[in-house]
Ligand binder design. Structure first.
Ligand SMILES: C[S@@+](CC[C@H](N)C(=O)[O-])C[C@H]1O[C@@H](n2cnc3c(N)ncnc32)[C@H](O)[C@@H]1O
Ligand code: SF4
Length: 471
């Protein structure tokens, strides 16, 4: 019998990764796998240091294969684990695998699993191709008890639900569509059973991992209506493409919300510049359609998150600022929040294949540092704006019914008749000098997630309010 140790490092403090349990559930359905392998998952959090992770791995009973799942936020730690001589046989998969997976010496091997993991892991362990299975036939990680007990029983931990793979669009920077040329769906009744099971365990927060949960109107309506009928009151974060909002979907969302549930609908704008959108394979931004559809969701009281990405091809600092200005004005609705980031180059995406030709400079984990149209200083300035926007319009303040900062922000903007970017820059300067003694702290781009965690604790709500009141 060979023991496989699977390492998951989550991207937030209240989340875990569903990828390893999904692989475990898939592998364990085969008797021939079960008779040869055992699978143990170790869950780590964003904040866990590499020393802590290594110590915990070393404390484990003997294992023969170490499986690592690499994402943008844990890539650096995964790279260290790959070469830490923890095991002779390493398998690394995930959407953002380190570019160089060559071992440093001959004492260990590294096998890369690219793309969808299930069949590839099976082949890697068993040396033959598994029987064909549709996504709907694959076993549920939750209903097969493949997720660790402590994760299931921790009520504060968010649940991750996958309902589909693939996407309607193929944006040049994105790996969410998982390189599928079509959309595959999971069994909708299994999804409802999973959510019901988790709700009964006391879970109140959920993340739908799909690229576009509204891709299929009938399925979205079916799932939402079933959850309403079952009296489930989980607050779900749902990623969607704005143009897929339809009247029946809005009605189902409304029923879910009226029955005590809550929804955060996250939708990508990415940029309002038409040349940028063309360069990333997205249709031009249609303000009228978008506004009508988003307004219909806004009306029922759902939270809305608008995403932008700085550093896209053809984007300039000034065109990014135009997008910021546009989106910040949408945040007057007090249940809206921003989801602004700096472009990451994710392996195998269309952009990743052309990074050199495009003239992009990236750091060791793929974060864009400069482009032909944005200098390093421009990217740093945009990152500062992203961070201060995130602090000012923090969705957790909405959850806690704290609206004063947002109201004051727009009062100041209206009083001085200035652009959002100007006002944000002034606020940022105050925050930087008053709160952060080390100026360099906000210059980091790669560490944005950690800097964000610090910003939240080092600029508490009252302090932020105080800064705005004295502006
Ligand atoms: C997976 S998407 C889902 C949203 C929806 N599908 C859409 O694009 O309208 C979630 C967000 O992740 C962000 N994102 C995806 N790939 C990214 C990358 N390579 N770098 C930075 N942000 C990225 C985008 O802002 C995107 O809106
Ligand atoms: S950014 Fe959104 S719409 Fe574009 S491919 Fe990714 S998931 Fe699909």
């Amino acid at each position: 019998m060979k023991n496989i140790l699977m390492i998951s490092i989550a991207g937030t403090e209240i989340n875990f990764l569903i990828s390893m349990p999904t692989l475990k559930a898939y592998m364990n359905q085969f008797e021939e796998v079960r008779s040869q392998y055992t699978f143990t998952i170790l869950d780590f959090k964003l904040i866990d240091t590499i020393d802590y992770i290594i110590r915990k791995i070393k404390e484990q009973p003997v294992f023969n294969i170490l499986c690592l799942s690499s994402y943008t936020w844990n890539k650096e730690r995964i790279e260290i684990l790959m070469h830490a001589h923890l095991c002779k046989d390493i398998i690394v998969g995930g959407p953002d695998i380190p570019e160089n997976c060559n071992p440093h010496d001959s004492s260990y091997t590294i096998t890369k699993i690219e793309g969808e993991g299930e069949e590839k892991l099976f082949y890697s362990l068993m040396n033959y191709i598994p029987p064909k299975q549709t996504l709907a036939e694959k076993p549920s990680a939750y209903l097969t008890n493949s997720v660790n007990e402590n994760v299931i029983n921790d009520k504060s931990m968010c649940i991750n639900i996958e309902t589909m793979r693939g996407c309607n669009y193929r944006c040049a920077y994105c790996a969410y569509h998982k390189f599928l040329d079509h959309i595959e769906y999971r069994d909708r009744d299994v999804i409802v059973q999973e959510i019901e099971f988790l709700y009964k365990k006391g879970k109140t927060l959920g993340l739908i991992l799909d690229s576009n949960f509204f891709a299929n109107e009938q399925r979205a309506v079916y799932i939402l209506d079933k959850l309403t009928d079952l009296n489930i009151h989980i607050k779900f974060d749902i990623e969607i493409i704005g143009s897929f909002i339809t009247e029946p979907i809005v009605q189902s969302c409304n029923r879910y919300m009226r029955n005590g549930g809550d929804l955060l609908i996250a939708t990508g704008i990415q940029s309002i510049n038409k040349d940028v959108l063309k360069a990333i394979n997205r249709p031009p931004y249609d303000e009228k359609v978008f506004n009508e559809k988003i307004k219909s969701i806004e009306k029922i009281g759902a939270m809305i998150r608008y995403d932008l990405i700085a550093g896209l091809p053809k984007e300039t600092k000034s065109s990014y600022e135009n997008s910021i200005d546009y989106v910040i004005n949408l945040l007057r609705y007090d249940r809206s929040c921003p989801g602004f980031s700096i472009l990451h180059i994710i392996p195998f995406t269309q952009i990743a294949k052309n990074v050199k030709e495009l003239g992009f400079l990236i750091n060791n984990i793929g974060v864009v540092l400069s482009t032909p149209t944005m200098s390093q200083e421009d990217i740093i300035e945009c990152n500062k704006l992203n961070l201060i926007i995130r602090r000012l319009f923090d969705p957790s303040d909405i959850d806690n019914n704290r609206k004063e900062v947002r109201c004051l922000y727009f009062k100041l903007k209206d009083k001085y008749h200035i652009s959002n970017v100007k006002l944000l820059t002034s606020i940022y300067k105050l925050v930087e000098t008053e709160i952060f003694k080390k100026r360099s702290i906000l210059n980091g781009i790669a560490e944005s997630r950690l800097i964000w965690t610090r910003m939240r604790t080092e600029i508490p709500y009252d302090k932020l309010l105080n800064i705005l009141e004295n502006l």
